[in-house]
Each structure stands twice: as structure tokens, then as C-alpha cells.
Design a protein around this ligand. Structure first.
Ligand code: ATP
Length: 320
């Protein structure tokens, strides 16, 4: 192992830069040449990369986004695209690649490993929907961003005795909305993993809290459920509480990573390089109960993780 590449792929997440920094510094400190590959798998197919040095990753541990840019690539999912990527690796003498991204990016890393280019994947996504990993890079930051935004919305909701219906990201998973919903004290949390009845779980809950003299409300809804504008209208009609919908959108994907995400990204990036140096391929690095582990990518993609429904139950009991 003499030369490695690092890329970020799929949706960006705060903390990806800290992971890039760890990979570059650990690689160089261990005598490797490190290439920064731009725009995910596109950069690999198009040979868009540059050799990094210790200072290429200065002043990025605190920055959101990714200095390598990110992309989604349909071409990489074709045999022609894969062959182009393998050819670039051969021409550049790249012996291994660290892929930072979500489960789609992991599939790409698995395919590339099967084509003879050793890959190590690092979970970077705000959605926290990677089964082998307790926390993915970006989740903690995004959750704190949602809490900060909803705290602001709550201020104005309180001033006007209103109800705020807030849509929260997370793709098909409810980790972000559940965590932020607990931290914000949302009256109702709607997420894909818990079946809900709008009348019972939103309207009736609001009416019940109205009887105990509550006059302003926050309802938090996963993007997988959506429809917050219609929900706000229905709430206003059925409860008489003036209601406003907010879609938080991409604000949730940016901003300075929290300390937790910076530390997680540094640990995972460092371990990814350790694995490449040890001759490993087709592995995902992950954290479980604060321990750094690694798994076969194929096995990791087949694992399932489920929402802690006790947390949901607790939130519903104490946010009434
Ligand atoms: P996030 O969930 O945060 O958006 P992600 O990594 O899951 O991140 P995707 O858009 O699913 O994002 O995947 C990123 C890229 O990985 C795709 O554009 C594609 O180039 C590659 N990829 C996805 N699935 C496969 C696959 N089955 N085989 C090869 N490459 C894949």
C-alpha cells in the first residue's frame, strides 16, 4: 500500500471534512501518497484529483460541507463507469480508496472492491440510517441544527399562540426527527417507523393539552411523511389554533460540525487508514457503544437497525 485516494459521495454531512483531514494526515504520517478525489465517483472516472499534503487539510476540521465536493453518479453504476474508475486507479497507482458517504456510496465501494480496488467506507450522513453504526458523521450536528431552528420557531409560536408544524430531514428514517423532537419537547412527532393516526396523535393530543391550558404547540414531522402545509391547515380548522408550516430543508445539512461529529470523524478516518495499511478491503468502519469496529460492506448493508420505540413512548408521555 503506497498510494490511496479519498472521496466524499452522496449527500454531504457536517464532519466529512474532519474525516478527510484524518485520512490525509494518517496516510501521510504513515508514508502514503494521498489523492483527494473530487466530486465522489465522478472524480475517479474522470481522473479529477490532486495530491494532498499535510497542509491541504488545514483549517477544515471546523467547516461543514466537503472540500472534495460530493456528487451522485449514475455512470458509476454502469460497467463502463466502473471500468473507467478502475483504469484511473491503475494509471495513478492508487492501491486503496476511502469512501465517505451513505449506504448508496457503500454499494459503490463494495463494487469497486470486487473489481480489485480495496475500499474502506466511512458512514457520513445526517440521516443516521446506517445499520452497523450507532451514530453516523453529521447526525449530531444536524440534530443540534434542527433543535436550534425549532427553538427559534418556538419563540414566535409562543408570542402568537400558534402551532408550528415543522418538517425535518432524514430520508426514509426517523432518527433525526425523534432525537430533535425529544430535545425540542414537540407535542407530536410523526415518523415513518411508528404508525400514526393524525386525529388521535395530533388533533386529540393538542386538544388534551389545550384543556391543561397549553396555548402554543410544535409538531415535528419526518420528510418521509411530509405534507406539513396540509397538516397545518387541518390543525387550524380542527383546533382553532393558528398554524404555520416550516420545511427546514438544507439548512440541516450545513454548518460547523459539533465536537462529537469532529471526534467521531477523526476516529473513523484514522481507523480507515489503519485498515488499508493492514491490507483490508471491502470494510465499513463504524462505532458501537463508543467502540470503533469494522464490518464487511456486504454484511453491513444487510444489517437492520430499528428506532428505539421506548424513546418515542417517553417523548409522548412527557411532552403533553
Ligand atoms: P445519502 O444517503 O446521505 O444521500 P448515499 O451515499 O446513500 O448518501 P446515494 O445517492 O444513494 O447517496 O449514492 C451515492 C452514489 O453511490 C451514487 O450516485 C452512485 O454513484 C453510487 N452508488 C449507489 N448505489 C450503487 C450501486 N448499487 N452500485 C454502484 N454504485 C452505487
Amino acid at each position: 500500500m503506497k498510494t490511496i485516494g479519498v472521496l466524499t459521495s452522496g449527500g454531504d454531512a457536517p464532519g466529512m471534512n474532519a474525516a478527510i483531514r484524518a485520512v490525509v494526515r494518517a496516510g501521510i504520517e504513515n508514508g502514503l501518497t494521498v489523492y483527494g478525489i473530487r466530486r465522489g465517483y465522478n472524480g475517479l472516472m474522470e481522473d479529477d484529483m490532486y495530491q494532498m499534503d499535510l497542509r491541504s487539510v488545514s483549517d477544515i476540521i471546523n467547516r461543514g460541507g466537503t472540500i472534495l465536493y460530493s456528487a451522485r453518479s449514475k455512470r458509476f453504476m454502469t460497467e463502463e463507469g466502473m471500468q473507467a474508475a478502475v483504469r484511473t486507479c491503475r494509471e495513478k497507482g492508487i492501491d486503496g480508496i476511502v469512501v465517505i458517504g451513505g449506504d448508496g456510496s457503500f454499494r459503490g465501494a463494495r463494487d469497486l472492491s470486487l473489481h480489485g480496488v480495496p475500499c474502506i467506507a466511512i458512514p457520513g450522513t445526517i440521516d443516521n440510517d446506517i445499520a452497523c453504526c450507532d451514530r453516523t458523521i453529521g447526525f449530531d450536528t444536524a440534530m443540534n441544527t434542527v433543535v436550534e431552528m425549532v427553538d427559534r420557531i418556538r419563540d414566535t409560536t409562543e408570542s402568537h399562540d400558534r402551532c408550528a408544524v415543522v418538517e425535518v430531514m432524514g430520508r426514509g428514517a426517523g432518527y433525526l426527527v425523534l432525537g430533535a423532537g425529544i430535545a425540542c419537547g414537540a407535542t407530536s412527532i410523526l415518523m415513518p417507523e411508528v404508525p400514526f393516526d393524525f386525529e388521535r396523535d395530533v388533533i386529540e393530543r393538542m386538544k388534551r393539552t389545550q384543556r391543561s391550558k397549553k396555548v402554543h404547540f410544535v409538531i415535528m414531522v419526518s420528510e418521509a411523511i411530509g405534507g406539513v402545509h396540509d397538516m397545518a391547515k387541518r390543525i387550524q380548522e380542527e383546533t382553532g389554533v393558528e398554524s404555520r408550516a416550516t420545511v427546514l430543508g438544507h439548512v440541516q445539512r450545513g454548518g460547523h460540525p459539533t465536537a462529537a461529529d469532529r471526534i467521531l470523524a477523526s476516529r473513523l478516518g484514522y481507523h480507515a487508514v489503519e485498515l488499508l495499511l493492514a491490507g483490508a478491503s471491502n470494510r465499513v468502519v463504524a462505532t458501537q457503544k463508543d467502540k470503533i469496529l469494522d464490518f464487511d460492506i456486504y454484511e453491513a448493508l444487510n444489517m437492520t437497525k430499528s428506532i428505539d420505540t421506548n424513546l418515542y413512548k417517553m417523548a409522548m408521555e412527557i411532552s403533553i
